[in-house]
Design a protein around this ligand. Structure first.
Ligand code: PXP
Length: 236
């Protein structure tokens, strides 16, 4: 059974729209835990457009389930992670103009830089996951970097209007490759109440990270209920 990591970034997006104190992502995390979240995920972006340093500090002290921090491979950000010590860091690419994380981290291209980053995070006792596209070369390189886990980018599947079956097949094949490489299989991006179940059913899926869809639903039914509804769509 796949676990559910609830990404609460967009609760902070609403707060930052007014540069005020509410809604507080710390409250959102507590409510998500009450709804059954297995992990809380936040992305501390370099431009701090949603999650702030204060959120990370407080969440580290208050979150009782696994805390997963998404981060760009930037020495300043990695230093913050090493100091605050979340349970897991997921390394992601980050472009200033993007609305959300667009593609996977090109671990083939950045292999040399990643080696140092991964070892620094491991030395701080943090589990590292790499957010990558579902491609054999990316998976193979991730394994060579000795990380325990990867998160496969499900955006192409989520955005496929007609050919989602093909994209599901691509993810299922990549998942087999992830297991053969001895890595833990996580997945996320663009997953919703409508498209999550086939991804959750992929053999050996460990963790799904879902943000926008759950926060959008939470506006109408509350965070705990939105999380409960998503959990119900993930086969036990
Ligand atoms: N996984 C990663 C690595 C991400 O960068 C994001 C977006 O922050 C997500 C999962 C969640 O994506 P969504 O908000 O589309 O559910």
């Amino acid at each position: 059974m796949a676990t559910l990591g609830v990404n609460i970034d967009h609760v902070a997006t609403i707060r930052e729209a007014r540069k005020t104190i509410e809604p507080d992502p710390v409250w959102a995390a507590a409510a998500a835990e009450l709804g059954g979240a297995d992990a809380i995920t936040i992305h501390l972006r370099e431009d701090r457009r949603h999650i702030q340093d204060r959120d990370l500090e407080v969440l580290r002290k208050t979150v009782q389930v696994k805390l997963n921090l998404e981060l760009a491979m930037n020495p300043l950000m990695v230093d913050i992670a090493c100091r605050v010590a979340p349970d897991q860091v997921t390394l992601v690419p980050e472009n200033r103009e993007e609305v959300t994380t667009e593609g996977g981290l090109d671990v083939v291209r950045y292999k040399k830089e990643l080696r140092a980053t991964v070892s620094k995070l491991h030395d701080a006792g943090i589990t590292v996951s790499l957010f990558i596209d579902p491609e054999p070369a990316q998976i193979e390189t991730a394994a060579s970097l000795l990380v325990p886990a990867v998160e496969l980018h499900t955006g192409a599947y989520a955005n496929a209007a007609k050919d989602s079956h093909h994209e599901l097949q691509v993810l299922a094949e990549a998942a087999t490759f992830v297991h053969q490489a001895g890595l833990i299989l996580n997945a996320g991006h663009g997953l919703t109440y409508r498209n999550v179940t086939p991804i959750a059913e992929i053999q050996g899926m460990e963790e799904l990270n879902i943000g926008h869809s759950i926060v959008a639903r939470a506006v109408f039914v509350g965070m705990a209920e939105a999380v409960r509804e998503m959990k119900d769509l993930i086969p036990r």
